[in-house]
Design a protein around this ligand. Structure first.
Ligand code: T4K
Length: 411
């Protein structure tokens, strides 16, 4: 294709993309994710006992069943369901008595992570990330610790485990708790055990966009029920403390012992979770197949970096497919690709843009967190869910390949 001047080049690219879109546009939107749902009949069967008992929330039997099943699945002594991941994270901070101070965390995350800190009057102190995993870089933590530091809050971004051993070593050296935002990390394993067995506590999200979903929902998990440094908290048993905190702090009909919240999961939500316990393994396997197809087709394209999933130590859950786009080499930058894909009815997402360190309530100067800033500028999550057909994944790869070629040819 030959285009002679700047104006011609622009319109040349646009008309070539339009022609391509006429040929390859999806009839219906292809979203970044879709929930893995049971049949409606299966959901009705799962929720029916709640109807029969006329028991809809507040420690219902389905809730108890899901809580026990997940505690066993992850092999953790402490496990509590919540109405969503954000409230669960708030409760974790409250349960550990954390407020009025600083928490070292990552800027490359969903707003919920840092907003939860704000609600406890905790100031996020941002640490840059590792360029390979996009998780908090343990090497940067020690230099940020001050007498005001209360905790470390790393995120297992896109389901990829943090360097938990290195983080624990810094935390132990300074007597700090580690609370993991494991919103993306359902069923992830590290060194042969659930990722939820690391750190002081971990939060899960069961939102509709998550691998395992209860529509809205979340959980806290901890390897131990008593945390030595927090023994002064009441009641000392963490499981019991979390149960109280998510139910307004009510101990019994006469006693309210803490300013708790309403963090309870309903029976309707728990029923949906129960239907997924079995199917989540197939969902991961199907996502893996799609992710491998993307990797095969995209890894060698100029300017694109494909994600790493399973390694010797990591059993991944394929929760997201984060592609990195180097605009100079690929031919257009991440934002342009994101916009062009919409012409094809492909709704990829720029997780995590904007970076949390740009928010007015916890802003830091641009340039201070260069690795995270690059990740927020270059990462595009492609559609990834079990029901995405291999043909659709192949079309998405064709479109990305051809858009790059057109952009480079008309540059
Ligand atoms: N920490 C981290 C690291 C997190 O990523 C999150 C949540 C949290 C904490 C907080 O956990 P929760 O309090 O939410 O439990 C979505 C979710 O709302 C959010 O839960 C999630 N992270 C985040 C990564 O993704 P949006 O703004 O991208 O959602 P939305 O509505 O644009 O949905 C994305 C796509 O998913 C849609 O284009 C279509 C599809 N979708 C969505 C919904 C809601 C469906 O197919 N069905 C649906 O019901 O934030």
């Amino acid at each position: 294709m030959t285009c002679d001047n700047d104006n011609e080049i622009g319109s040349c690219f646009e008309s070539a993309v339009k022609a391509l879109a006429r040929a390859r546009r999806f009839d219906a939107p292809v979203y970044v994710t879709r929930p893995n749902l049971p049949t409606l009949e299966a959901y009705m069967r799962a929720v029916a006992p709640a109807w029969e008992r006329r028991w809809l929330t507040n420690d219902g039997a389905l809730h108890a069943q899901l809580e026990a099943a997940l505690a066993m699945r992850f092999d953790v002594l402490c496990f509590r369901l919540f109405c969503n991941g954000t409230v669960a994270l708030l409760a974790a901070l409250q349960a550990l008595g954390l407020e009025d101070g600083e928490v070292i965390t990552t800027p490359f995350t969903f707003p919920a992570t840092v907003n939860a800190l704000h609600w406890r009057r905790l100031r996020p102190v941002f640490c840059d990330i590792d360029p390979k995993t996009c998780n908090l870089d343990p090497a940067g933590i020690a230099a940020l610790i001050t007498p005001d530091t209360r905790a470390i809050l790393p995120v297992h971004v896109f389901g990829t485990p943090c360097d938990v051993d290195a983080i624990q070593a810094v935390a132990d050296a300074h007597g700090l708790p580690v609370i993991y935002d494991a919103a993306h990390a359902f069923d992830v394993e590290y060194k042969g055990k659930s990722i939820l067995q690391y750190g002081t506590m971990s939060m899960l999200s069961f939102h509709a966009t998550k691998l395992f979903t209860t529509a809205e929902g979340g959980a806290l998990a901890a390897p131990n029920t008593v945390i030595a440094s927090e023994a002064k908290q009441s009641p000392p048993d963490l499981n019991e403390r979390l149960r109280l905190l998510k139910n307004f702090g009510i101990a019994d009909e006469n006693t309210v012992i803490a300013p708790g919240v309403n963090g309870k999961m309903s029976e309707l939500h728990a029923a949906l979770g129960l239907t997924q316990l079995e199917s989540v393994a197939d969902e991961i396997a199907n996502r893996r197949r799609i992710a491998m197809r993307y990797n095969e087709r995209l890894a060698d394209l100029p300017g694109l970096t494909t994600p790493v999933f399973d390694t010797e130590d990591v059993k991944h859950n394929y929760a997201y497919y984060p592609l990195r786009v180097n605009g100079e080499i690929y031919g257009m930058d991440r934002d342009a690709l994101h916009a062009q894909l919409k012409l094809f009815n492909i709704y990829a997402r720029r997780y995590f843009h904007p970076l949390c360190s740009t928010f007015a309530w916890c802003r830091v100067e641009p340039g201070c967190l260069p690795v995270a800033e690059a990740a927020a500028r270059e990462t595009l999550c492609l559609p990834l869910y079990g029901a995405l057909s291999p043909e659709s994944a192949a079309t998405i790869c064709d479109v990305i390949t051809q858009l790059g070629t057109l952009a480079r040819e008309t540059a």
